[in-house]
Ligand binder design. Structure first.
Ligand code: SF4
Length: 289
């Protein structure tokens, strides 16, 4: 896969800036990493393996998974700020967050601004996001001084649709999400050990069993969900109390906002995520299932 382009290609990557600004966590040296990769490969593969050898991903050993399960259990009664503080201490500077600027994501950004504002945060800019969503990047910068990095797919929307005979979201949203979100996140995950997710257990059946701390097989990262035990009401109370910026579309009947082609306003009494991929069986973009 070719490298994913970023918003500021000529500047130093945000992750590296953050790495220089934080001390490694005390437990970081003992984290299990993948070693012993085959060096006998093609040049491009060599380059990738070289990068992996210099910055290997974590290895989900039995011992490590058991440790994560213990932490998850212990953190069940912790507040989101305590969970985030633990994640930062354990995994920074290889701890990051992907956000779609939803109310939960904005809540976590607010908390991180007080706990560890140097945490790198990125948004998967599919090219199909609402302008209201994109404007939140500037709102976050203004309010917290945090620059959320846009991560882009290889092809622009125009190139992608031209190459596929039209919008892929109309016929195969799974593939569209794979190409424009999952691939990008996989690339962005390189060099990381852990990421924060903004999911809540009461959002949907799919999310009901999310652990506070777990192993994300798909992205080979530790996944931390500080808001897993929070309710929608708690999220909005915090937003209201601290006047945290949020997407104005939430006031126009969109409880969950994704890409504009795959998001509609909800009707009264519908599931919070009913307006996403309406007309398809799909309920998740693939990042959290
Ligand atoms: S949410 Fe829709 S437009 Fe966005 S990446 Fe997925 S299928 Fe494509």
């Amino acid at each position: 896969m070719k490298p994913v382009s970023t918003a500021e290609p000529s500047t130093e990557p945000k992750l590296e800036r953050a790495a220089g600004g934080q001390q490694p966590a005390s437990g970081a040296a003992s984290l299990p990493v993948v070693t012993g990769r085959d060096a006998d490969s093609q040049p491009a593969e060599d380059e990738l393996q070289g990068a992996l050898a210099a910055d290997p991903p974590l290895a989900p050993t039995e011992e490590f998974l058991a440790e994560l399960a213990d932490h998850s259990q212990r953190l069940e009664t912790a507040c989101p700020q305590q969970i985030l503080a633990w994640a930062v201490e354990r995994f920074a500077p290889k701890f990051s967050m992907a956000t779609a600027f939803g109310p939960e994501g904005m809540t976590i950004i607010h908390m991180l601004s007080e706990i560890a504002p140097e945490t790198p945060i990125f948004n998967l800019e599919t090219g199909y996001q609402f302008k209201e969503t994109l404007q939140l990047r500037e709102a976050v910068k203004q309010r917290y001084g945090i620059e959320v990095e846009f991560k882009y797919p290889q092809q622009t929307v125009q190139q992608y649709e031209a190459a596929n005979g039209g919008p892929v979201y109309k016929t195969d949203p799974n593939r569209c999400c794979f190409d424009r979100k999952l691939r990008v996140l996989k690339e962005a995950a390189r060099g990381l050990h852990a990421w924060a997710s903004a999911i809540r257990r009461d959002q949907s059946e799919d999310r009901a069993k999310a652990p506070i701390v777990g192993w994300d097989k798909k992205f080979q990262l530790v996944k931390i969900s500080p808001l897993a035990n929070w309710t929608k009401k708690e999220v909005w109370s915090l937003i209201s109390k601290h006047e945290i910026p949020y997407n104005p579309l939430h006031d126009q009947g969109y409880p969950s906002v994704g890409c504009w082609p795959c998001t509609r306003a909800n009707s009264l009494g519908e599931d919070e995520r009913a307006g996403r991929w309406s007309g398809f069986q799909k309920t998740e973009c693939g990042l959290h299932d």
